[in-house]
Design a protein around this ligand. Sequence first.
Ligand code: NAI
Ligand code: A1CAB
Length: 280
Amino acid sequence: MASQESQEFNRNIMVGFIGGGRMAQAMAKGFINSGLVRATNIVVSDSSPLALQSLQQLGVRTTQSNKEVVADSELVVVAVKPNVVKKVLEEVSPEVSTDKQVFVSIAAGVTISSLEQVLPQGTRVIRVMPNTPSLVQAGASVLSPGSNARRGDPEVVRTLLGSVGLCEEGAESLLDAVTGLSGSGPAYAFAAIESMADGGVKMGLPRELALKLAAQTLLGAAKMVLETGKHPGQLKDEVCSPAGTTISAMHVLENRGFRASLIDAVEAATLRARELGASN
Ligand SMILES: NC(=O)C1=CN([C@@H]2O[C@H](COP(=O)(O)OP(=O)(O)OC[C@H]3O[C@@H](n4cnc5c(N)ncnc54)[C@H](O)[C@@H]3O)[C@@H](O)[C@H]2O)C=CC1
Ligand SMILES: O=C(O)[C@@H]1CCC=N1
């Protein structure tokens, strides 16, 4: 929910999105549901009319003109795929005024210096790695301010993203690893939920119940880590009774490389983010 700082947050801020795909929709819906931004203060552009249809249902203004979004916004979220970022920034550059807009790029890998190079000199840029649970106020984001960001700019972005979950500030050098962990991480968790539910179904549970139990179990475990402050290893030990069920399952997971697979997954996604940065 909105933090104390948001008391000073300009609730009339105009927020634009260039690209109205999955991440933009998650953020826009999250911002509206948080109560921090009115739907009528959001404008989204997308080259595909289909992508704009579901946004129209939210009550936000939609357009196929990226320039219109920039002209009408104070905070512009760049939410196109990394390989399209340069092209759209070149296109909208004539509309940029350093006194008006802050550009927030959420593109995986794309560096602050490459964003600043293509935008007019002095453009205020903040690079952010968010994730899709922003849709349900349970997002995790890390932001990194560019070289022209003004004193209050990170705070505005932090308040906005803080209204849809956790938002931390960090050095840009951390952002590819953040992408590998929390940016891509929801997919790992969804796969875990789906697979645990499959296990339940295999052992006789109805599908609907199995899915609910699997999702609630991950949610509950995550809340315990965040709210008890205990190390996850200790919490795991507290579930494993001597000669009980859980330790038998943990043995299987260890044998099949469960932990190493997750470590490798975060590493692979981080390295891919670096590659995207080098090529875009
Ligand atoms: N999906 C995710 O979980 C996350 C995505 N991101 C980043 O967010 C960005 C967007 O990703 P998604 O939303 O997943 O992709 P997406 O493919 O769902 O959305 C991208 C949208 O951009 C539109 N588009 C393409 N060319 C355009 C142009 N020239 N002008 C205007 N719109 C154009 C497409 O029609 C599409 O609707 C990417 O850079 C990605 O790295 C960051 C964190 C998480
Ligand atoms: O898969 C991707 O490239 C994007 C970035 C982080 C999550 N999804």
